[in-house]
Design a protein around this ligand. Structure first.
Ligand SMILES: C[S@@+](CC[C@H](N)C(=O)[O-])C[C@H]1O[C@@H](n2cnc3c(N)ncnc32)[C@H](O)[C@@H]1O
Length: 175
């Protein structure tokens, strides 16, 4: 499982405890943020966790085709300006990168407080041959809450304190 733009890597470290038989990798460009998750993993001797400090654009250099079963995108920068669409982590070029390293019917999860990014992702994913498995624009008022791991990242906690609704969706990759 990959957590992309993982920041402090809350999903990476928490899910690794829940699923000790799987491997978890957090990727972020900011070393100071990764350090928090790496420290937790080192101190708790977590053998199935690692962190990579890198640009997500370079994913294909780290993973072979079909090597990844699941991807979590946890509160990616929404990049709202049209001129920055290419930088959105759910733009067509990123989705294609994910498809290449995912297994057949691999899973992508997105959590965001940003409704335009949530809607953009659904539209972009469906028109790029991904299946929308489920989604909600208010996770904590939805029945879906029961099927999503109850983990909150640093950014999620900030947004929750501000009273924001949290959007969640799950995509299935088709080859
Ligand atoms: C809004 S923060 C969210 C951090 C964390 N997932 C959370 O929810 O607390 C977005 C993170 O994505 C990382 N990021 C954005 N674009 C990236 C890219 N192209 N490659 C690697 N990391 C990226 C940033 O460094 C930042 O830590």
């Amino acid at each position: 499982m990959l957590e992309l733009g993982c920041g402090r890597g809350e999903y990476t470290t928490r899910l690794s405890e829940i699923f000790p038989q799987k491997n978890f990798i957090g990727i972020d460009i900011k070393g100071a943020r990764l350090w928090r998750g790496a420290k937790t993993a080192t101190e708790n001797k977590m053998p199935n966790v690692c962190f990579i400090r890198a640009q997500i654009q370079l994913l294909r250099h780290f993973f072979a085709a079909g090597e990844v079963s699941e991807i979590w995108l946890t509160f990616p920068d929404p990049q709202p300006q049209k001129s920055r669409e290419r930088k959105r982590l759910t733009s067509p070029r990123f989705l294609e990168m994910y498809r290449n390293i995912l297994i057949s019917e691999g899973i992508i999860h997105l959590k965001t407080d940003n409704k335009p990014l949530f809607e953009y992702t659904i539209e972009t994913a469906v028109s790029n041959n991904f299946i929308l498995s489920c989604g909600t624009d208010d996770l904590y008022s939805s029945l879906l809450k029961k099927s999503v791991p109850d983990i909150q990242t640093k950014y999620e906690n900030i947004f929750l304190k501000e009273g924001a609704a949290i959007c969640y969706l799950k995509l299935i990759s088709k080859k």
